[in-house]
Design a protein around this ligand. Sequence first.
Ligand code: FNR
Length: 188
Amino acid sequence: TAPKIIALAGSLRKDSFNQKLINEAARFALESGAEVEVIKLSDLDLPLFDEDIEAQGTPAGAQLLKDKLRAADGILLASPEYNGSITAPLKNAIDWASRTEQGAVPAFRNKVTALYASSPGGLGGLRGLNHVRDILSGIGSLVLADQLAVPAIHTKLDEQGRISDADTAEQVASLAQQLVSVASKLNK
Ligand code: FNR
């Protein structure tokens, strides 16, 4: 069967560059034969993590995210960089999804993850990816050694949000294909 891939970006912004980037990665993964679902964090009911809220019951958005991650083989993740690190919305989503019910499998465990970042700046959000990698590895995700940080992203997307720069498109596709290839092995 086709490997199942979840694609998400760590921004809540309507015109998020990282959302556009991961939409493109998702399209390439689909073309490589995967079953792909794009999840937008801004569509989910994900309050700021609070153990008091959790004690009253897991919010619907957090449960949905957890269930979808558990059912997936791989994750395409685009992380914007805020002050050299992970964004609060992404960390919040990871914290919610990391919580396990009694006897349940941790949501990120043994999921292969491909990391992307993009920024209007010159490093493309590369510094933040170190932190994202560390967090995800720590909760059992198999983070691909290869990753992609796209600098000057605002010059590389067209009006439809498609990548207009050929080299960038090739790099985005190549990492997505690698993820699909590893995810299909896990899926066996
Ligand atoms: C930024 N930005 C930014 N960019 C970068 O390359 N390195 C950084 O450390 C930071 N730091 C930072 C902090 C905060 C609080 C904000 C709001 C922004 C700029 C950032 O890359 C830019 O706003 C992107 O457009 C954010 O990604 P999305 O929302 O377009 O996906």
